[in-house]
Ligand binder design. Sequence first.
Ligand code: SF4
Length: 185
Amino acid sequence: MRQTNTFKKSLWVFHLNTGSCNGCDIEIVATLTPRYDAERFGIKLVGTPRHADVLIATGPVTKEMADRAKRVYEQMPEPKYVMCVGSCGSTGGVFYDSYNTLGGIDKIIPVDVYVPGCPPRPEAIIHAFVKLWEKMDKKAEKSRPVKKRKQANKNKTVNKDKTVKRSKIVNKRSTILTKRITEQK
Ligand code: SF4
């Protein structure tokens, strides 16, 4: 798993069930409670979309929930992200083409990260948060002024050169040592 620089940022999440069977919701509860303890990474459940950075949506969108889901999304402050947990939220899942559902949540609001599975495990949900952090990293990188971006890339190259140089020295030393040991024998 790639290390991400935005790991230090806390994410406050709001959980919205748009018609799920509750299987996915139980996995989200397991993720946020002490067994998997996502709060140690700063992932915290909040009681209102007005305080949330991430909307976690579960289930297919029922016709009754479509307007409400849109309203909840509109209440979130920018920048906002949406995580879709479970196959139902992604495609409609087992409720696909059902008379009272519209399908996946992306038919109503934009989704940033999908967590497949029926239901997905808490590890998969935590992994999705890492993906979200990576996405934020890329977005932040793009919005940085060009001059600063160039400087950061230059620093990265210098550090890479130093590492290569160091590993060459280590290799050389180990070759000399091996040679000496062989000679002593
Ligand atoms: S993906 Fe599976 S567990 Fe989740 S809401 Fe759909 S049927 Fe239930």
